[in-house]
Design a protein around this ligand. Structure first.
Ligand code: ADP
Ligand code: MG
Length: 690
């Protein structure tokens, strides 16, 4: 039968059913899968040494020669397979324990290279369990040069070397099946290698440079596919009609009059971008990012008031009850004396309260609603929803993103995040959104210092906290959430709380807050802290991102190594929210190097974007979001930290392609269309129909 890219590997010459079964375990089912099963890295094959110079005292060595004899020791424990190898300068014994499977692979008269540990056994030099490679054509294989040895991800009972052999054998027969996706001019302008050449070079590059070019070409493809998906998603979102809500000087003046301060330049810029979006008859789809305390909430409120000025409703959603409460109180304070009707909607409200809030929303008697995810639930109806603001996106998870948007006229949509999003992720996971960034803090903020302190120094930490309390400041003590066991978490925070209450700090009042506390109690404690009746707040990590307590000048994070970077950054942002200098103490005695690195990153910079990129680097994108469910195809070659330029190029190209041909129906887009369908299997609605 004629081999095609979708032919099962089993029908490829040299791959039988057994091997095909093993390959299937690696996810390799078809010829195309095999072609795109790329080496994880390349090792420089070490210089091949003449066998005659080996002393047996070398750590490791690589030799190549002819197999003189082979011997199986079937009845020994463990059974082994061995051979003598001769290269004209001498012979060496090579032995593999449990190596009986090699009897079909290593035969007398073959040329093989072996590489591994060398030892002396009864005064004879020997290799024990080395890696080996059959040299098909001794003439063509110049082992003296620094050859790049592919290392494939092993598995399914297949070692890297075996996979390499299969691919090397199959490659010449099938490489011509590989199609080009783009025309020559497109490639030339982007300095991209041809597809066939790239795939061949991924397996067998001439040098590192050629490999880098091949990777770049194929990584570009991945980026482009992802960006086409993102562009289609975006098209779908913005193709719906929305109410244009233009800003006038009069409205601008009235809104600004509500704030007791001037907006910063960065806030002004964000407001301009948002207002320009909202003036269009297409829904705004914008991400507002800014470090903790940079003043996003004010910008969001500006947008909300712009909607309200047009007699539309605005909804602001927070990730937690406490934050919703806090937003609500702030909003009420800013709007005191105005005609804007504000309501609160949360999951813990009494049915009657909730019912009242719901019916005033549906009846149009509420202009601005602040709430939790409760706003996403069934049964919430708006009469004229014009704007949705989602605060602290990360807590929601990206999947819920479209939840509130519904059908018909689309509300304008603004997402706020205080966890700065690395620029590559802004182009991918959040790629269907436009981005506004508030890069600077409001004026007159103090400086926050970060210290890493071992557990034993807690007494000193307490003494320092006491000084702050004496000056009338407040302090947070944060305990990690023990995810496996809510009870344990409770005990930890509870015990720590008892301890604080027995300490000298008790004089200033100590409150405790954790995930299991009923909402009403949480509220009581938060209020006491907010009004300064408590000096110290002990909290499990539920202590909500976004809390704004200007008098808090110290945050002590216990077992800091258990927190992720993004979380630590958020926590640190709880202090330094006034003109006072602040202190963040990370208590940890860990010697785990990765954990230490995280803490040192924290101590070394307060730049949220740097921290986010480092976080992404350490954890990888899946972990970064705490979920793999962001709906985008996996990137195998492109690197979400390093490939920013490539992504940007792909994004520009994808937008252009999709704008010109939204259904990807043009003949020259057929390859792309096929690949998009494959990559976004199950989300075909992106291409209309299906
Ligand atoms: P974010 O939501 O980005 O964390 P907020 O909007 O809660 O930040 O603002 C943090 C603090 O800074 C609030 O107390 C707010 O009143 C104050 N603030 C915001 N904008 C300004 C400004 N332009 N000038 C002075 N203070 C501001
Ligand atoms: Mg905020």
């Amino acid at each position: 039968m004629a081999i095609a890219l979708d032919t099962p590997v089993q029908y490829v010459k040299g791959v039988g059913p057994t091997r095909a079964g093993q390959l299937a375990e690696l996810g390799v089912h078809t010829v195309e899968d095999l072609l795109t099963y790329f080496p994880r890295r390349f090792d420089l094959r070490r210089q091949v040494q003449p066998i005659g110079v080996l002393r047996g005292t070398e750590e490791t060595a690589t030799v190549a020669g002819e197999v003189l004899d082979v011997r199986e020791q079937v009845y020994r424990r463990p059974p082994s397979f061995q051979c003598n190898l001769n290269d004209g300068t001498g012979s060496v014994l090579v032995k593999w324990f449990h190596g009986l499977y090699l009897r079909d692979k290593i035969k007398v008269g073959m040329q093989i290279a072996v590489s591994g540990r060398v030892s002396l056994y009864r005064e004879q030099v020997q290799f024990l369990n080395p890696s080996f490679q059959v040299i098909w054509d001794p003439q063509a294989t110049n082992l003296d040069q620094d050859e790049l040895l592919p290392v494939y991800p092993a598995g399914g009972g297949l070692a890297s070397g075996v996979i390499a052999q299969v691919i090397r054998r199959v490659l010449p027969d099938v490489i011509d099946l590989v199609d080009e996706w783009f025309d020559a001019d497109f490639l030339r302008r982007r300095e991209l290698m041809g597809r066939r050449e790239a795939i061949a070079a991924m397996h067998k590059p001439e040098d590192r440079q050629q490999w880098a070019g091949a990777r770049r070409r194929l990584a570009y493809e991945e980026c482009l596919l992802m960006q086409v998906g993102v562009a289609l998603l975006r098209m779908r979102e913005i193709s719906r009609p929305a109410h244009p809500l233009a800003l006038s000087d009069e409205i601008d003046r009235r809104i600004r009059a509500r704030f007791p301060f001037e907006l910063t330049g960065a806030q002004d810029q964000a407001v301009r971008e948002i207002a320009a979006d909202m003036a269009r008859p297409r829904p705004m789809n914008r991400l507002l990012q800014g470090d903790v305390g940079s003043g996003k909430t004010v910008v969001a409120l500006y947008a909300a008031l712009l909607a309200v000025a047009h007699r539309k409703q605005a909804a602001i959603m927070a990730p937690t009850e406490i934050l919703a409460q806090q937003h609500y109180q702030k909003v009420c304070a800013y709007l005191a004396g105005s005609r804007v009707r504000v309501a609160l909607l949360t999951g813990s409200q009494k049915p009657a309260q909730r019912q009242a809030a719901l019916s005033s929303l549906a009846g149009g008697e509420t202009d601005l609603v602040v709430g939790t995810h409760a706003l996403l639930s069934q049964g919430v109806r708006f009469s004229q929803l014009g704007l949705v603001v989602v605060d602290e996106q990360h807590k929601f998870g990206v999947r819920q993103r479209s939840g509130i948007r519904g059908k018909g006229f689309a509300p304008h949509y603004l997402v706020m995040t205080a966890t700065p999003i690395p620029r590559t992720l802004a182009l991918t996971v959040f790629g269907d959104l436009d981005v506004s960034t508030i890069a600077s803090l409001p004026p007159g903020r103090g400086k926050t210092t970060t210290r890493i302190v071992p557990q034993q120094q807690m007494p000193m930490v307490l003494a320092r906290v006491k000084q702050e309390l004496k000056r009338g400041q407040q302090a947070y003590f944060i305990y990690p959430l023990v995810r496996e066991s809510p009870e344990l978490e409770l005990t930890a925070a509870q015990e720590a709380y008892e301890e604080l209450r027995r300490s000298e700090l008790a004089a200033w009042g100590v409150g405790l807050i954790h995930g299991q506390l009923p909402a009403a109690e949480k509220e009581t404690v938060m209020r006491a802290f907010g009004e300064g009746r408590l000096g110290v707040l002990a909290a499990s990590s539920v202590v909500e991102v976004g809390l704004d307590m200007p008098k808090a000048s110290v945050i002590v994070v216990l077992h800091a190594e258990r927190f992720g970077l993004a979380q630590l950054h958020q926590l640190r942002g709880r202090v330094g929210r006034s003109s006072e200098d602040a202190l963040c103490v990370l208590v940890s005695s860990t010697d785990n190097p990765l954990a230490r690195r995280r803490l040192e990153v924290m101590a070394g910079t307060s730049d949220g974007f740097k921290i986010a990129e480092e976080d992404l680097r350490i954890r990888g994108p899946g972990e970064f979001f705490g979920t793999r469910q962001h709906g985008l195809p996996e990137l195998r070659l492109a690197d979400l930290v390093e490939d920013y330029d490539l992504l940007r190029m792909a994004r520009r190209d994808a937008m252009e392609i999709v704008q010109g041909d939204p259904g990807l129906n043009a003949p020259h887009n057929q390859h792309l269309r096929e690949q998009v369908i494959k990559a976004y299997a199950g989300r075909l609605e992106l291409l209309g129909g299906a």
